[in-house]
Design a protein around this ligand. Sequence first.
Ligand code: UD1
Ligand code: UDP
Length: 360
Amino acid sequence: MKIVTIVGARPQFIKASVVSAALAPACDEILVHTGQHYDRNMSDVFFEELSIPRPKYHLGVGSGTHGKQTGEMLMRIEEVLLAEHPDILLVYGDTNSTLAGALAASKLHIPVAHVEAGLRSYNRRMPEEQNRVLTDHISTWLFCPTQTAEDNLKKEGIEAGVSITGDVMLDSVLHFLKLAKANPEKTAIYEQLGIAPKGYRLATLHRAETTDGGLPAVVRIFRAFERLPEPVVLPIHPRTRPLAEEAVSKEGFRNIRLIDPVGYLEMLLLTSGAKQVLTDSGGLQKEAWFMEVPCVTLRQETEWVETLVGNWNILSKLETEDILDKALHTIPDPAARGLMPFGDGAASRKIAAALLSQNN
Ligand code: UD1
Ligand code: UDP
């Protein structure tokens, strides 16, 4: 069986690392990197650290407006599919790379497998919501991380090909956190940053909804971070970097430690050691939950509603006082952690088994 897998953005490299490993023994998987993320610390570092197979195709699409970026990907992925004739096209999540891959394959009648199907924010202004809804509606196999995701699909009339596998990000956390903790080169991150476990908070910011508010929005968030009692470590996504640097140069913000994006192993260590996470990232909200680190989500809604139970995750407006209030006064309830809504850490094996059992 031949599977073409499309990846392009940081969280997709992480998800593909565990699924590709599960597929490897029994299938010819061809990895295609769209080039959506291209800085070394947004791309290559993940391939090296997580032993992801080298992409056979690197499409070099890079950044651009949604139409330009998605259109370029669509054209170049179509060429790959025409050359490779795969049995299945595999995509992850909800980025422009996901939609371009699914659309290119669907038009060529190549069945699409979607990992992380059924997620919904019910905010149609989000580019990710558009990408995931469209991808789900043209997929043949829809691998849902949670029961909620399956329910969401049902509401849209999608039942065929749907299965709940659990979340591949749980698989990757279970696998890589152990490796990170055992690697002194990686655990040195605490000393390098001059922070002690549970003596700092960890933040990330990259959503369009956050950066679309421009400098004033970032300043409002940073004013809250500045007033927190522990330093805030902020590995800065390149989308947010110019605004973050401008905010720091204008207002000082001595409590915020802006650092370059880090590799996944260091990120897992920073997350597991944090007193609290503050983020607009989808993946990081869940990783905080997996590691029992309280999270404040800097968004109006979340797709990962399971994390909200018992206040382990709480939504905050992008307003200084609301962020401070949520960060300082939210007490998570240990009794709320009874259920494991994200599966048992074997999602990637289940996905691989389902795909390999197809008689294409
Ligand atoms: C994309 C996804 C988002 C996902 C995120 C993961 C879409 C619509 N968005 O958002 O769902 O959560 O990836 O991180 O697909 N840039 C660089 N170097 C890079 C990559 C980006 O400088 O290696 C800068 C460019 O200025 C670019 C901007 O970041 O225009 C945004 O990058 P883009 O890939 O369009 O969106 P993300 O915010 O990364
Ligand atoms: N991540 C990382 N280094 C960083 C920031 C994030 O390895 O400097 C990881 C993080 O642990 C998570 C994933 O990137 O696994 C989340 O990606 P991102 O926030 O960019 O996208 P989202 O999950 O919101 O789509």
